[in-house]
Design a protein around this ligand. Structure first.
Ligand code: CU
Length: 164
């Protein structure tokens, strides 16, 4: 079979485009550090939140060494605790649940971002290497006060840290 020069060129360009397309999808899936939030955090019924050991009192807890755990309850239209303080150099695991509807929990400017579903506990582990302030926003429309639903994560310099 005789393939014309231009036909060959289009064939190569077409195949290259398909390969490029697949490569971008593969990169977006495994290369960009994106992972699905699964059910590893466990479940909790919204009406059990007030009596729960972890979520009854939303807080930052020191586990050991550089490890911290943060228990966050999202509800219309606040995050509890609203401001989370952790020291620089810490590894922090966030456990986040919702008391009412679906919310989001996103640290602005980072890839820390999860949906917060009533009944589910979202679990995300983050390493904070440097002092910084991150705004937290709800990125799932949750009602009339959604645009006011915000929080803060403050990564405090080592020498200013007073303990959790
Ligand atoms: Cu919202």
């Amino acid at each position: 079979m005789d393939i014309q020069k231009h036909e060959k060129l289009w064939l190569v360009a077409g195949v290259a485009f398909i390969v490029l397309l697949i490569a971008t999808v593969v990169y977006g899936t495994v290369g960009a550090g994106v992972s699905m939030v699964d059910d590893s955090g466990g479940t909790i019924a919204p009406d059990e939140i007030p009596d729960d050991d972890r979520f009854g009192e939303p807080r930052v807890e020191h586990v050991e060494g550089d490890e911290y755990e943060v228990y966050v309850v999202s509800r219309m239209f606040i995050f509890q605790p609203g401001t989370v303080e952790v020291p620089e150099g810490s590894t922090v695991t966030f456990y986040i649940t919702s008391a009412d509807v679906i919310h989001g929990y996103q640290l602005v400017g980072t890839n820390v971002n999860t949906m917060v579903i009533p009944g589910q506990i979202a679990e995300i582990t983050v390493e904070f290497d440097e002092p910084a302030e991150y705004g937290v926003v709800c990125n799932e429309y949750c009602g009339s006060g959604h645009h006011d639903m915000e929080g803060m994560v403050e990564v405090v310099p080592e020498d200013e840290w007073e303990g959790a």
